[in-house]
Design a protein around this ligand. Structure first.
Ligand code: ADP
Length: 519
């Protein structure tokens, strides 16, 4: 498949070519990707829309903060938008691709140094290109007793995931809560350090999230206000004991009771980790494909679901959690947890499961061991299409059940399986629908695209907002945050116009556009 080069809006071929030449001078020829093969590295391979909707005109990969500064100058001089990525594995949300065709991707993968590990206080300082696997391997190779918390795929990045509000499954699962201290380059090249890092020669650097003055780190996450060039992240000390568990529940209607039982355990920190209620298909799809159970069109029928659950000793919902600490502490907590869940008829507890890759990868994730097993889900139907619909759900049983049924029913109506999980953090609950479709099937791809848009509107009408999304829906979702005539997004735009007056940094990220591209 060949694609046509789309230039940045309003930029002539001459200006573009001269900008690319200047970028080559900054980083060297090898680190500017402007031919077709180079550009295609940065497409979104799972997109619900054709590749060309999000294809960059080029990418540039700097090795240092100084090179980023020079790249931003080139971008300002030629009014070219740059789209910042760190490891670029933000799959299901757009991967490495930019919001609009023609942008230049600022790919920070080469800046991948682990700058510091503080074994005593428990934190790391990393550059943007550091992957989970890299940090994990480094800690193990150096004999560190610190754990990491990773999102499901090992190739994701510590910094990129945290600044996009990603989550994992250990007690340190909320990555942005565990982030501490940042270095950020603003569009005009100013380098800023937040918190205690703002003090030259600071000693208490990455242990204090909030210090003197407004807390600014948040405005550089899920935004386009700066390029984060370093970040501190807290790491969990290896506990003396680890006890993962799984409880299966036989009915779809059990979700309400599961969340009712889990929420007090989470809020009181008896279950300390990012616990998850996972549906039947998510659990099965790393082991079997849909065609093993059903050859027809549309969603898996109830009889096949039942058979699959029986074959694999799974519930319609499967709750994962883990305990950490000295044995007596874990045993005490377990008594309370067991008492809460055993009230739900049909609940079955597992502490071990044989030949079950789904269990194995959850056991790894809940102790911060990166793996790639979750990508097996892509084989459920094949064809490579994948979107995550990610509404926030209150950690309240009936509300979660309502949200689940609303989304499931729409999936079924549009011919898709519901594949999802409810991930409970400190209090908040992320609901992730993995919408799988065959990209090669035009009808299915269009149906997935339409379904997602409807889900956004219906969720908002029911009072549920999303926490993160694919490029294609960033504007629509921004529009749902409409309190007081969209005062929140108006504020984002006011900040954007001041902090990046030329509008070069990631225009359109989360529906935040520079003035020249608004409307
Ligand atoms: P990962 O590979 O861990 O999923 P990405 O590198 O794809 O993470 O980044 C996810 C998103 O976070 C990007 O699309 C971008 O919007 C934002 N982002 C990533 N790195 C930075 C950074 N260094 N500064 C600002 N925003 C970033």
């Amino acid at each position: 498949m060949s694609d046509t080069l789309v230039l940045p809006e309003g930029v002539s071929a001459e200006a573009f070519s001269s900008a690319v030449g200047e970028l080559r001078n900054v980083v060297g020829d090898n680190w500017v990707f402007s031919d077709e093969a180079g550009r295609r590295i940065y497409r979104d391979p799972f997109s619900p829309l054709p590749d060309d909707q999000f294809m960059p005109s080029a990418a540039v990969s700097p090795a240092s903060v100084e090179e980023i500064e020079k790249i931003l100058k080139v971008a300002i001089d030629h009014a070219i938008p740059v789209w910042t990525i760190s490891t670029g594995r933000n799959f299901a949300y757009g991967g490495p691709a930019p919001r609009k065709p023609g942008y230049i991707v600022l790919d920070l993968k080469r800046m991948n140094r682990i700058l510091h590990i503080d074994e005593k206080i428990g934190y790391a300082i990393v550059e943007p290109g550091v992957s989970y696997q890299q940090l994990y391997d480094h800690l193990r190779a150096t004999g560190s007793k610190l754990w990491i918390d990773c999102a499901a795929p090992a190739w994701g990045g510590v910094l990129g995931n945290a600044v996009d509000h990603g989550a994992g499954y250990t007690p340190y699962g909320d990555h942005f809560i565990m982030q501490c201290g940042m270095e950020v380059m603003l569009a005009d090249g100013t380098l800023v350090r937040t918190g205690q890092l703002g003090l030259e020669g600071a000693r208490a650097v990455n242990a204090t999230k909030f210090s003197y003055g407004p807390y600014l780190d948040g405005i550089f996450t899920q935004s386009n206000f700066g390029v984060v060039t370093k970040m501190g992240i807290w790491l969990m000390p290896e506990p003396p004991g680890y006890k993962p568990f799984m409880i299966t529940f036989p009915h779809e209607e059990d979700l309400s009771a599961i969340i009712e039982a889990a929420t007090p355990l989470k809020v009181n920190m008896l279950i300390p980790n990012g616990a998850a209620a996972v549906d039947l298909i998510w659990e099965s799809a790393v082991k079997v494909t849909k065609s093993d159970y059903y050859a027809g069109e549309g969603p898996l029928p109830p009889s096949a679901r039942k058979r699959m659950a029986e074959d694999h000793k799974l519930g319609m919902w499967n709750f994962y959690g883990a305990l950490y600490g000295p044995e007596p502490m874990m045993n005490n907590n377990w008594e309370v947890i067991e008492a809460a869940f055993s009230k739900i008829p049909g609940a079955q507890v597992f502490f071990e499961r044989e030949n079950d890759p789904a269990w194995d990868y959850r056991v790894k994730l809940m102790r911060g061991e990166p793996c790639m097993t979750e990508f097996g889900l892509m084989n459920w139907i094949g064809g490579g299409g994948h979107l995550n619909f990610s509404p926030i759900s209150p950690p309240d049983g009936p509300r979660a059940q309502q949200q689940y049924e609303m989304i499931r029913d729409r999936c079924i109506e549009y011919g898709f399986d519901y594949i999802g999980e409810f991930l409970i953090g400190w209090r908040e609950m992320h609901h992730i629908l993995m919408l799988m479709f065959n990209r090669a099937n035009e009808k299915q791809r269009a149906a997935a695209y339409e379904l997602f848009g409807i889900l956004v509107d219906e969720a908002a009408a029911a009072g549920f907002g999303e926490y993160r999304t694919h490029l294609a829906y960033m504007d629509q979702i921004a529009g749902t945050y409409d309190y007081n005539d969209h005062a929140l997004w108006n504020l984002h735009h006011r900040i954007k116009d001041k902090i990046d007056p030329n509008g070069i940094l990631s225009p359109g990220k989360m529906g935040i556009w520079p003035e020249r591209m608004r409307g």
